[in-house]
Design a protein around this ligand. Structure first.
Ligand code: CUA
Length: 337
């Protein structure tokens, strides 16, 4: 069932979202669009080139020995002469690997410290990322914004460097935060604060995912980051800071009389739950369920009706609702722009 669902869903998702903003492919560390990712890609290429050279040399010598010195018709079956103690050979096969390991580890240490030691400028954007089973929470402490699974950051250009500093926390188990085209993976560990930074160099939507096994839904813990021009980013911030105004108080009441409010916050309404994603500007997001399905009324309805159908194993409880209540709740949610 899973595969059948995933395939069309993925296609629909790409088709529906490709038109809006440029999409940057997932998982491609060889097309970096940010400084930390560029350094990681350079290091990966250096490592691959050195390993490929080692492989070619060893494999060629091996092939040469097999072909040149293999058994031939008419050879005697006796053991060949045994050679012991060649200083030259022993020095060569000790020193060369040590040099290779030294070069690789020093290059890795240099990249790691260059990325880690980056000074954060005063105007860096601060975001706290909180990993949950199985979704991402994004808090902007200075802007007083909370969102989930999709977040916006400003573009960083040659003319205007704009760094985004991420503080990584976990609400439950170990997760891994990874946007391959922007930076390397960083673990998200309970009771530990990790940090990283990004400076996306092209606008558009980037995909990321949880890179550390964290339970049943690990594979469906994806995220999307939208990189905006500074003006668009400012517009987004202003829109996010607004409180939700219910278009229909009756529909809002349906949400509040269900148990939804116990887990979800909608700023401007009495709903102040903290367990699930903040829904104040739900319809600003292109996807729901941690970037799994497009965010539309049909999927929202399907999701609320039986959360286990679209994302088996997740922690959202199934709430008994009449068709009318369900329609009202979906109608309310789709007004949260
Ligand atoms: Cu969270 Cu894997």
């Amino acid at each position: 069932m899973d595969l059948k669902f995933r395939l069309p869903c993925g296609l629909v998702l790409s088709a529906a979202l490709m038109s809006a903003e440029p999409m940057h492919a997932i998982g491609n560390i060889f097309k970096p669009l940010g400084t930390p990712a560029e350094r990681v890609a350079d290091l990966s290429i250096l490592t691959l080139v050195i390993c490929a050279a080692v492989f070619l040399i060893v494999a060629s010598l091996l092939a040469y020995a097999v072909i040149r010195f293999g058994y031939r018709e008419g050879d005697s079956r006796s053991e060949p002469p045994q050679v012991y103690g060649s200083n030259q050979v022993e020095i060569a096969w000790t020193v060369i690997p040590i040099l290779i390991v030294f070069v690789l580890s020093m290059s890795a240490a240099r990249v790691t410290s260059a990325v880690q030691d980056q000074k954060m400028p005063q105007d860096a954007l601060n975001i706290t990322v909180i990993g949950h089973q199985w979704w991402w929470e994004f808090r902007y402490p200075d802007q007083k914004i909370v969102t989930a699974n999709e977040f916006h950051v400003p573009l960083s250009t040659e003319a205007l460097h704009k760094l985004t500093h991420l503080t990584l926390l976990s609400a439950d188990v170990a997760h891994g935060f990874w946007i391959p085209q922007l930076a390397g993976k960083t673990d998200v560990i309970p009771n530990r604060t990790n940090t990283m930074w990004i400076d996306p160099k092209e606008p558009g939507v980037y995909l990321g995912n949880c890179s550390e096994y964290c339970g049943t839904q690990h594979a469906k813990m994806e995220l999307r980051i939208v990189v905006d021009t500074p003006e668009d980013f400012q517009k987004w911030v202003t829109a996010q800071q607004a409180k939700a105004v219910p278009a229909s108080p009756e529909n809002q009441r349906a949400f509040l009389t269900g148990t939804c409010f116990a887990c979800h916050t909608i700023t401007g309404s009495p709903a102040m739950g903290k367990l699930g994603p903040d829904l104040t500007h739900l319809m600003d997001r292109q996807t729901i369920l941690a970037a799994e399905v497009p965010n539309n009324a049909a999927n929202l309805r399907d999701w609320i009706q039986d959360p286990q159908r679209l994302k088996p194993g997740n922690k959202m409880p199934k709430v008994k609702l009449t068709d009318k209540q369900l329609d009202q709740i979906v109608a309310y949610l789709t007004t949260l722009k």
